[in-house]
Design a protein around this ligand. Structure first.
Ligand code: COA
Length: 145
């Protein structure tokens, strides 16, 4: 029996997804003025150690996750579900897809960072079995003089 909406399909980002992907990231509140999403997309798709996975439905992109590894740990970024599709298990599917991508490459641990103002997603990661590990994160920009 026809049940209405088909379950979004998992796949890799295509060239013509870029504008839709950036719109999704804006809708999910993940774009910051100091990050250029186009440059982030290009870098993530450049080599074999990172990728952008997406969920697609009849309306376009339903969700995304950027996944990659640095030779030691795996990382995810831009995990986003379209706002009208929240709490239907899509975030879990995307996280699981990223975990599988990393595990298939022998990466033993997945890491991610949550901005303090986004602490509301703690419950999501806890539901997926992620541990909240206290760390102090240092960073340095390499693209500015
Ligand atoms: C975080 C996000 C990807 C979750 O996507 P989602 O599709 O709504 O999550 P799911 O439906 O797969 O939920 C999986 C589990 O997490 C729980 N969960 C989801 N969002 C939650 C929240 N905000 N607080 C507490 N628990 C949450 C669900 O209840 C579910 O638990 P269950 O399986 O035990 O029932 C989505 O809220 C989002 O895109 N947020 C904006 C972008 C963002 O903050 N990304 C993370 C950056 S670190």
């Amino acid at each position: 029996m026809e049940t209405g909406h088909a379950e979004p399909a998992l796949g890799h980002m295509r060239d013509d997804d870029a504008e839709g992907l950036i719109a999704l990231w804006h809708a999910a509140g993940l774009v910051r003025p100091w990050n250029d999403p186009r440059a982030d997309i290009a870098l993530a798709r450049r080599g074999p150690h990172s990728s952008i996975l997406v969920l697609r439905d009849q309306s376009g992109l339903a969700g995304s996750v950027m996944v990659g590894h640095d030779g030691h740990r795996g990382w995810i970024y831009y995990l986003a579900v379209r706002p009208d599709l929240l709490r239907r298990g899509l975030g879990r599917r995307l996280a699981t897809a990223a975990e599988d991508w990393l595990a298939a490459r022998g990466v033993p641990k997945l890491m991610l960072m949550v901005r303090p103002e986004n602490a509301g997603v703690r419950g999501f990661y806890a539901a997926l079995g992620y541990l909240d590990e206290p760390r102090i994160v240092f960073s340095k920009r390499l693209d500015q003089a």
